[in-house]
Structure formats: C-alpha cells, structure tokens
Ligand binder design. Structure first.
Ligand code: NAD
Length: 349
C-alpha cells in the first residue's frame, strides 16, 4: 500500500532543508523498495501571504488524511501580527491532529562529544528523551489576552491529559533504561501538584520503572551537570519546550535534534526542533541533520522500516564523524553539499 506523506516546508530555512530531505527519501525509497507519495502544502508565513491563514483548510485536510506529516519550520520577523502569526498555525495543527505526545531525543555520540559546549567528561554518552505534553497547558489555556496595562495566560491541565502523556512516558522508559524523571513546579503551581500525584499513582502500574521527581529549575541545572543520568523525562508543555531546547545543545547544535509528535490514533508529525532561522535563511548554511533525523524517526515509527531509518541515522553519524557538517557544527560544508554527499553514499552503498 502506498504510504502518503504530507510535506510542509514552511518558512526561512524550511524549504532549503525540506527539498534535499525529500530527494534523499526518493533515492532511499528506490534502494529499499519503499512505495510512497508526497504532497506539499502551504503552512506558516508563506501561507499567510498567499491565503491569509497560517494553516489553510486544504493543508489541514491533507494532514488529517495523511499517513504522516513532515514539517520543516515556520515563522519569521516579517509575520509579527498579534492575532495571525505562523506559530498560531502550528498550534492549531497540533491541536487539530490531537498531537499530545511530543518525543524529543538527545544523544551525544563519540563524534559530537567534542562539539558540545560542555566538557566531554560530563556529556559523553548522553542518551535521553524528553516527552513533552503538547496540546494543553499555558499554550492553550483561556482566558489569554493582553494590552499595554496587563496580560493574562491560563495554565490548565485536566487529569486525563496528564494521565495519557504519563502512560506514554512510562511505556517508553520500559523500552529503554527504565528510569523516568517527572518534571514539575510542585512547590508553587496547582497544576504541578496534580501532575506529581498522577505520576505517583500511575507509577504503581509500571513497577519496573524507577521514578524521580525534579522541580523544573533543578532539572535545568542537573541537565548541564549530570546529563548522562537521565533516561526519559516527562513534563508539561512549557517546561518541555524550554528543557528540550536546553538539552538540544548538549550535542553541539540546535540543528541536530529531531522530534516526533503523536496522537492516540491519527497521523504523527515529524519536525526538527529548531525554528526557521531567519538569520541564515537563503545562505545555504542550514544544518539539515535535524530534518533528516526527523525523517528517520518517521521511517522507524510510522512507516515501520527500521532498515531505512537505521541507514539514514548511520549516514548522518558518518558525515559528522568525517566533519562533513555545516558551520554550526564546526564544518565548512553547505547544506546542498551535505545532501549531495548523502546522495552519492546512497548510490554507492
Ligand atoms: P531558531 O531555532 O530559528 O534559531 C535559533 C538560532 O539557531 C539561530 O541563530 C539560528 O541560525 C540557529 N539555527 C536554528 N536552526 C538551525 C539549523 N538547522 N542550522 C544551523 N543553525 C540553526 O529560533 P528563533 O530565532 O528563536 O526563531 C526564529 C523563528 O522560528 C521565529 O519566528 C520562531 O517563532 C520560529 N520557530 C518555529 C519553530 C517551528 O517551526 N517548530 C520552532 C521554534 C521557533
């Protein structure tokens, strides 16, 4: 059966890293006999310019009918409208597809250990996954409004929203090193008190998993001090956003980290964790590895082709090991050169 992928290249460096990634997918699919089709749709700032909406109805409908969605990045300084921003389209897409579970792995390999801003002896062999709740919390709470005299945001969590993400995190921990760190602000926030109580209650169903609770401020410090101690971290939407950007720097660049977002039954969405990097857009400098590794996650988790995913992950490791990287990782290659090298590897292998 043909696997249907929706591609959302978005803004800034998005189209640059998406185009080469889809060409890599085309070559890989020939090599591994994978039957798929891709349709490209507008989203983000370009969609506002062309249709007035950051998430046109045709784009949302295509995503709802897809087997998986690949998103590059959206946003940019030219779209700073208070009520109609590219980011609103992304929030609406996550909410509409009910993508409540955002999985963000961070791994420091022997090839990236010296690119880390931290000392090698602290980060070497870091291998952790942040499981971030993605469709609730302060990003979606109402009321939410501001004017020049004041502003309101609402942090709201229902018990079942906490339960479903916590179950996902426990199941993931069971497949890994069986350690779960739950992050909250239980000493201050009511939603965190419910969060912690829920984690403790669900923990009795996963007796093989060791649970640790950390306050978010302490966790942000421990991530820099003892990153190798972490296995799976589960947390709410805002804390997860901040901690996963912090964790993404452990292997040296925001441009390296992929992510996957899941609903209970619909299509999953795969995207690098970085934004549209307007400061380097159009300069052929964007690191495409986060996008390529997001494709690898899609191949493993939605297409169930471990062979293709592993090939792609090993190819990225190989390029980093041979210093074929963009300047953010200390290399001198352009985005296009990296895609060209990958294409020649696929043809040689
Ligand atoms: P950003 O992630 O775009 O960039 C932060 C820094 O990291 C910049 O210096 C950038 O050059 C660098 N960088 C990011 N990705 C890179 C890559 N692949 N290769 C090399 N360097 C890379 O964050 P920002 O500057 O805060 O945001 C820019 C825009 O992106 C904003 O409009 C923001 O809202 C949006 N954004 C979108 C997403 C998304 O699409 N999921 C995520 C975060 C931010």
């Amino acid at each position: 059966m043909t696997f249907h992928i929706v591609s959302l290249p978005g803004d800034g460096i998005g189209p640059e890293i998406m185009a080469g990634t889809l060409e890599v997918l085309a070559s890989l699919s020939q090599k591994f006999h994978f039957d798929y089709e891709v349709s490209e749709h507008l989203m983000g700032g370009r969609a506002i310019d062309e249709t007035g909406s950051p998430l046109p109805e045709t784009t949302l409908a295509a995503c709802q009918q897809a087997d998986a969605v690949l998103l590059a990045a959206i946003g940019g300084p030219q779209w700073q409208y208070p009520t109609n921003r590219p980011e609103h389209g992304l929030l609406q897409l996550r909410k509409s597809l009910e993508l409540f579970a955002n999985i963000r792995p961070t791994r420091v390999s022997e090839h990236t250990v010296n690119l880390s801003p931290l000392k090698a002896e602290i980060v070497a062999a870091t291998d952790l996954v942040i499981v971030r709740e993605l469709t609730s919390g302060i990003y979606f709470g109402t009321p939410s409004h501001w004017d020049e005299n004041g502003a309101v945001d609402t942090l709201n969590y229902a018990k079942n929203e906490i339960e479903r993400i916590v179950h996902e995190a426990f199941k993931l921990a069971q497949q890994r090193r069986k350690k779960l760190t739950s992050v909250d602000k239980e000493n201050v926030l009511s939603s965190s008190k419910l969060w912690r109580q829920t984690v403790d209650r669900i923990a009795t169903q996963y007796p093989d998993v060791t649970v640790e609770h950390l306050l978010v401020d302490a966790c942000s410090m421990h991530l820099l001090k003892r990153p190798t101690d972490f296995d799976v971290i589960v947390t709410e939407n805002l804390f997860g956003d901040i901690l996963s950007d912090e964790a993404s720097m452990l292997p040296g660049s925001l441009g390296l980290s992929p992510s996957a977002s899941f609903s209970e039954s619909g299509p999953a969405l795969y995207e690098p964790i970085h934004g549209s990097a307007p400061d380097i857009a159009g300069q052929n400098k964007a690191n495409p590895f986060g996008m390529l590794l997001s494709l690898a996650m899609c191949l493993r988790m939605s297409v169930h082709r471990d062979d293709m995913a592993t090939w792609l992950e090993n190819a990225v490791d190989h390029l980093i090991a041979h210093k074929i990287t963009t300047p953010d990782l200390g290399g001198q290659s352009t985005t296009n050169e990296i895609f060209e090298v990958l294409q020649s590897h696929i043809k040689e292998a």
